[in-house]
Design a protein around this ligand. Structure first.
Ligand code: GLA
Length: 730
């Protein structure tokens, strides 16, 4: 998978269909990016580095060293010594200077993949993985860096990260560290990113790349609703099946930057890493900074192939939970059913009715602890409110278990309400800037997780709750973003470490949790889907996708989410209508079919919804049981996008052995006076014969090649927001 051409000093990394190359040039050992794209054969293509033309390399033309540095396709760019494009790394050294220039020293090719200390990261699993470690150094600063490249052959992914070590006797401040940069020739690429807000997360945005810098990021303390830590460079006019696509996905849950810079010579510098905003990390002698990793993939078959690469990669090499290979229990969550207005009796009534229709787990959401009767108090006071839950938590859980349901609970452990016993006792535990009125958001503050005793307090709260009763699922929420980045614990020189230390502490907490409670089903959440990122998937197999449960809004949210993340990770529930977020009314069936493409559950008061809806639940659950393995493990194909065509949406999942497939078709707006629609299916075995059922009725028996080329006819449905579920078996 990894070779080194000694004579030309070129590294070549091959996956099944792609090649990544870089090379070392000149006496000083500048590391340059050579190539990334379709797999190629030759291993010495140094001409792509353009060092045989003006301005040549510095040893041959020292008067134009500046031009060399400013045009060389660098693999990891320095700052302020000649390259005027944005650098990958910046420091503040003992003299107060910011310059860095890293050059090649040595390399090592190893089997396996080293762990990243304290960080979530992809792992080899059952596959043989090779890693290239390239050691670079800045001799003036006494700074060492190692660039890591792990090759995941089958999934066509290359994973990059970097560690930096201070070898100097004086401390140095790291003020910027990108996890990857890559310089490549600009062609007609566009930038695809996922933007959004609360209740409309991960919408797809595509924009042209002009000269200068184009990018996204977050400095909200979490990956955010607003931008997901992902970007792709896509050929203009590329489709699901056609065009070159470069994907970059950041395995991190905090502040990030993802940027492309187009230079005067039409080259692109792609970079991704922790946002340099509010970032300043002190490294004393021999201290090391480990940067999170970026998972890159290249597809020559449009966005669809990129998606399938990421789904396979994250399912096999990132999600660790034992639940990744299990059918998740069908849950009912009481948030939209009751909000804060519940007690033991109400929950038990929901549980009884839920059991009768086949639901498997009750999740008690926000409002069960402290004195919380709305969202103004009690975060941090994680003891049960016995006024609401008469008899306590254990009594409730036991009763729910007796009814025959599992029990799950909601917590928001990183937070502290100003109106809480915890805050009255430890006001210094909140993140705040001294002498400034701290900014409230949802009337709450964020705990300073850089302080070890706070981390212990939080962990003890969670573990005591989980141990107090038979709790099998935890929804871990995070409902406000971080402002006023000040810590009363960290020193003056270390205030810029808060955001990253915060994220590391969240990881540490979740690591402890999954270690101590290996059978717990953990679902991450952040005001809906503000922390839907690869970092969190390392700890929880599923993440709540959005507070917007409207089936039609979900088409767009789930489209953007599933562009990168597997359906097995996408929290999706059927809720009541008119929908609480948009006021839209959609058929109960459509709500069920759309939720089927995620983890599936209910978010409604089953004792109060119309009888005809209740009556549909058993059949929906039967569908979920029937299709869960397929949805969780299959290959994803997008046949049509409502966000693009404004009429209908269509997703197909095909089992890995191609013996089975489902298609979920949703007509959002009815079409007057039209003939039937022809759906050309994808991913089937051309030679096999498939029996096709639509809504449990056999509609065709055809070969895969016929279904993929001639297509499958869908009679024009009557009405808006109507869905059709199609099942193919061979
Ligand atoms: C967030 C979550 C919701 C619900 C509420 C409770 O918004 O996304 O699902 O848990 O918090 O306050």
């Amino acid at each position: 998978m990894i070779t080194y051409n000694k004579e030309k000093r070129i590294f070549k990394l091959d996956t099944k269909n792609t090649t990544y190359m870089m090379g070392v040039v000149d006496d000083e050992g500048f590391l340059g990016h050579v190539y990334y794209g379709n797999r190629i054969t030759d291993d010495g293509v140094d001409y792509l580095l353009r060092i045989f033309e003006m301005p040549y390399v510095p040893s041959q033309n020292s008067r134009d060293r500046g031009s060399f540095l400013d045009t060389f396709p660098t693999e990891y760019a320095g700052s302020f010594v000649g390259d005027f494009r944005e650098g990958s790394i910046k420091v503040r050294d003992k003299n107060g200077h910011e310059a860095v220039q890293l050059t090649y020293k040595s390399h090592e090719i190893m089997s396996g993949k080293p762990k990243l200390k304290g960080l979530p990261a992809t792992f080899p699993g059952d596959d043989a993985i090779e890693t290239l470690a390239v050691k670079l150094a800045d001799d003036t600063l006494n700074l060492e860096a190692v660039l890591y490249y792990s090759v995941f052959e089958k999934e066509d992914c290359i994973v990059r990260s970097i560690t930096v070590k201070n070898k100097d006797s004086e401390p140095v401040h790291l003020t910027k560290i990108m996890s990857m940069t890559m310089d490549m020739d600009s062609e007609d690429f566009e930038l695809l990113t996922l933007y959004g807000s609360w209740a409309r997360e991960r919408q797809i945005d595509i924009r042209p790349l002009g000269y200068g810098k184009t990018g996204i990021g977050s400095f909200r303390g979490e990956s955010s609703h607003q931008f997901n830590p992902f970007m792709a460079l896509v050929d203009k006019n590329s489709t699901q099946d056609l065009g070159r696509v470069y994907g970059f996905s950041f395995v991190y849950s905090g502040n990030f930057t993802a940027q492309v810079e187009k230079s005067q010579f039409d080259s692109l510098r792609v970079m991704m890493g922790i946002s340099p905003e509010c970032f300043d990390f002190e490294l004393k002698k021999d201290e090391e900074f480990v940067a999170p990793e970026v998972v890159m993939t290249f597809s020559n078959e449009g966005l669809g192939r990129m998606t399938r690469n990421y789904h396979d990669m994250y399912r096999q090499h990132l999600i660790r939970s034992p639940y990744k290979d299990r059918m998740r229990p069908v849950l009912i969550n009481n948030w939209e059913a009751t909000y804060f207005d519940f007690d033991t009796e109400k929950l038990l009534a929901i549980a009884r009715e839920a059991k009768a229709v086949g639901i498997e787990m009750l999740v008690m959401d926000d409002g069960w602890f402290g004195r919380r009767s709305d969202d103004n108090s009690s975060l941090g006071d994680w003891w049960v409110n016995e006024d609401k839950l008469k008899g306590g938590l254990k009594y409730l859980v036991d009763e729910v278990n007796k009814i025959g349901l599992k029990f799950g609970i909601w917590m928001e452990p990183e937070m502290i309400s100003p109106d809480s016993d915890l805050y009255r006792e430890h006001p210094d535990w909140a993140i705040a800037l001294p002498d400034r009125t701290p900014t409230r958001s949802r009337n709450q503050f964020v705990l300073d997780l850089s302080r070890p005793e706070v981390v212990d307090y939080v962990y003890n709260c969670i573990s005591s709750v989980l141990k107090s009763a038979n709790i099998e699922y935890l929804k871990w929420d995070m409902n406000r973003q971080i402002t006023d980045p000040g810590s009363l614990y960290l020193g003056r020189e270390n205030q810029g470490e808060l955001s990253h230390r915060y994220v590391l502490a969240v990881y540490e907490l979740q690591e402890r949790l999954v270690r101590d409670f290996p059978e717990l089903l953990l679902e991450n959440c952040s005001g809906g889907g503000a922390r839907f990122d690869p970092g969190m998937l390392y700890y929880s197999p599923q993440i709540w996708c959005s507070d917007d449960t409207d089936a039609i809004e979900r088409l767009k949210i789930q489209e953007g989410t599933s562009l990168v993340y597997p359906l097995s990770s996408m929290g999706a529930h059927v809720s009541d209508c008119p929908n609480h977020t948009v006021g839209r009314t959609t058929p109960f069936k459509t709500r069920g079919d759309v939720a089927l493409l995620g983890t599936f559950g209910y978010e409604l008061d089953v004792t109060r919804i119309p009888a005809e809806d209740v009556n549909m639940i058993p059949a929906q659950i039967e569908n979920y049981h029937r299709f869960s393995d397929l949805v969780r493990q299959g290959d994803y194909y997008r046949l049509a996008s409502y966000s693009e065509n404004r009429q209908y949406d269509c997703v197909q999942i095909v089992s890995k052995d191609k013996s089975e497939s489902i298609v979920v078709f949703v007509q959002v707006t009815g079409r007057p006076n039209y003939h039937s629609r022809n759906l050309r299916l994808k991913g089937l075995d051309p030679k096999r014969i498939y029996k096709v059922e639509a809504e449990n009725e056999e509609v065709a028996t055809l070969h895969g090649d016929t279904l993929m080329n001639a297509g499958l006819m869908i009679a024009n449905p009557w009405g808006d927001n109507v869905s059709i579920l199609i099942w193919l078996r061979s």
